[in-house]
Design a protein around this ligand. Sequence first.
Ligand code: C5P
Length: 288
Amino acid sequence: MRVISENAWAKLNLALHVTGKRDDGYHLLDSLVVFAISSDEICVSAATELSLSIEGPMAAGLSGSADNLVLQAARALTKYAATQGHTVDGANIVLKKRLPVAAGIGGGSADAAATLRALNQLWSLNLEQAELEGIGVGLGADVPVCIGERSTRISGIGTELKPIARMPMFHLVLVNPNIAVSTPAIFKALDKADNAPMVDPPSSAEMDDWLCWLQATRNDLYAPAVKLCPAIDDVLAALKQEGAKFARMSGSGATCFGIFDDFDQAQSAAVTILKAHPHWWVDAAETI
Ligand code: C5P
């Protein structure tokens, strides 16, 4: 039986500025998103009905709504395919959940995007990336950027995408204190929505330029997140203590990333942090 598998790479917000709020409650963002080689996996195979099973070390953390996003993606693609004159069968979908849930690194959005990519192949729909992104908008603000999985400056509510042409590879350690953080709760607790946008990112691939740029940017969701989850500060302190040149929370938290000189340093920092905090989720990963 043909099985198609797609990785759902972890999405990281190197910087995330909240620049406004719409009447419908959604916030306007200016954020730089990259993807790290640490992932969930979606495997699909042909079947007459749609079904989803969830495996992997983080499977237990999934509630109904998170796994539904994968099925919602499959149903949205089925519906879109019908508008294009395609009748599709079902699929057996397996989600191998390795990334922490409600963690500020894409999670459900990356899984939904991987589902769209995998089913587009399984069902031989040949839809363009832009069409998949269009379907993704209806599933969640982060889904479109997770379709292409490339370094991107996002704006609007997160659905306007501008690819970054040049950027160095980052050697990272990702750390989550194993505390789920609700994205709507963090946006709700945000004091001020009309903040300045990011300064433009460097056009070079020089790490020093990027470190300088990172110092001049923020994650505006850090302040509300650390109030609800003070362990975020322990995570940032651990990354800095192990030699991170820069450390910041991603998305609405609680996952934080640290930037290291090379992959060996990142790996040994990850080992040390996990030893000191065996209940945390820790992974050394490079950007795509
Ligand atoms: O779009 P998604 O379902 O991933 O967003 C989850 C929640 O995060 C939204 O219901 C909203 O409360 C908040 N959000 C926001 N502004 C954004 C993206 C998300 O307020 N740009």
